[in-house]
Design a protein around this ligand. Structure first.
Ligand SMILES: O=C(O)c1ccc[n+]([C@@H]2O[C@H](COP(=O)([O-])O)[C@@H](O)[C@H]2O)c1
Ligand SMILES: Cc1cc2nc[nH]c2cc1C
Length: 357
């Protein structure tokens, strides 16, 4: 069965993702060496400028205004006692996002981002004005008892992400910052990563919101038993998402693919976001060139997911919050890379000797 047979429209979108423009990247690289600085002296910011050139196809890329999109959903596996918090916190935090009180509200405001919160699968009732209701179902089922969701629901979650990304891009946003909120989603993300990477759960699983060592051992065992009970073909990402994944994980993957299809940079947040990025990469490998990794999460599986994607994040702040916060904090570096290309003088312009010649 082809991986996306449940979603022909989505497959058409994925087929529209073009390889990033390496030639524009080469031109940016050459131009950087004409600017008034020793060659390479702006370090990783130079590599970032090259990547932004490749993604946007422009020698003078622009990334403002950015969009922050937070996808919220619940996980049936929360009932197995794998998180430090109860499932109700997902709906409560959605209300907090709507009221402007969460970390992502503060960080999105700092970068003048368009912030949208999307309910893709919160279990409880969400009474929060401004939250987009795109609920596919009220949370997933516990992966320990059966598949987390059907293939159709998994495909629907991808489409929720596509629609949200397209709303942001239609509103004029030039960069996507995608985040997650979902109690127990480190369990789902670890399980997806275990299947996709072939690594043992014990190497990937961490304490998430802050569980103790006994709960950590139980969390590992839950994931191992779920994977053992339902062996899933790692070559079929939609099946992996349906078997052990989550609705917000699917939505994030869909958003990355939609962003790539429209030629905009997508800034990836922490562990859950990177697992969603890996799913997007497996669904549509051209997406990888459009992904910029914002920060290194404290969750141990993040390291593995980054290795698999050959990714090096911009920041390492020991954060493990989610919501898109690490990606939002990295955004000013994208702006700085653009400003470097747009505003710096060349050796010729400024009359500074280029002693290399
Ligand atoms: O993004 C990360 O790296 C990250 C690491 C640990 C926890 N989180 C957030 O914490 C919640 C999941 O943690 P848990 O312990 O309930 O699985 C969920 O709302 C995530 O956004 C996020
Ligand atoms: C309070 C709280 C806020 C969060 N934001 C993202 N995940 C979260 C988990 C908890 C528990």
């Amino acid at each position: 069965m082809p991986p996306l047979s449940a979603a022909p429209a989505f497959r058409a979108l994925a087929a529209r993702v073009r390889p990033v423009e390496r030639k524009v990247g080469d031109a940016v690289r050459a131009y950087l060496d004409t600017l008034t600085k020793p060659p390479g002296s702006l370090g990783d910011l130079e590599a970032l400028a090259v990547q932004l050139g490749e993604i946007t196809g422009r020698a003078k890329p622009e990334v403002s205004p950015p969009a922050c999109i937070v996808f919220a959903a619940d996980h049936g596996v929360a009932a197995e006692g794998v998180s430090a918090f109860g499932q109700d916190v997902t709906a409560q935090m959605v209300a907090n996002f709507a009221a402007g009180g969460a970390a992502i509200n503060a960080f999105a405001a700092q970068i003048n981002a368009r912030l949208e919160v999307v309910n893709v699968g919160v279990a409880g009732d969400v009474e929060a004005p401004g939250v987009v209701n795109a609920r596919v179902r009220r949370g997933t089922a516990s992966m320990l008892r059966g598949p987390a969701m059907s293939r159709e629901d998994a495909a629907a979650s991808l489409n929720v992400g596509v629609d949200a990304a397209e709303r942001a891009l239609d509103a004029g946003c030039r960069c996507l910052i995608v985040g997650d909120m979902g109690i127990a989603n480190t369990t789902a993300a670890s399980a997806v990563l275990a299947v996709l990477s072939g690594q043992p759960a014990a190497r990937l699983v961490g304490t998430g919101t802050g569980i103790d060592q006994a709960k950590l051992a139980h969390k590992i065992s839950v994931i191992e038993r779920a994977i053992e009970a339902r062996p899933t073909d790692a070559g079929s990402p939609l099946d992996v998402l349906a078997s052990v994944g989550g609705l917000e994980i699917g939505a994030m993957a869909g958003a990355y693919i939609a962003g790539a299809a429209r030629g905009v940079p997508c800034v990836v947040d922490g562990f859950i976001a990177t697992v969603a990025a890996l799913l997007a990469d497996r669904l549509c490998p051209e997406v990888r060139g459009y992904l910029i990794f914002g920060h290194r999460s404290a969750e141990p599986g993040h390291e593995v997911a980054l290795e698999v994607l050959h990714a090096e994040p911009l920041l390492a702040l020991g954060m493990r919050l989610g919501e898109g916060t690490g990606a939002a904090l990295a955004f000013p570096l994208l702006k700085a890379a653009c400003a470097m290309l747009a505003e710096m003088a060349t050796f010729g312009d400024a009359g500074v000797d280029d002693t290399r010649s």
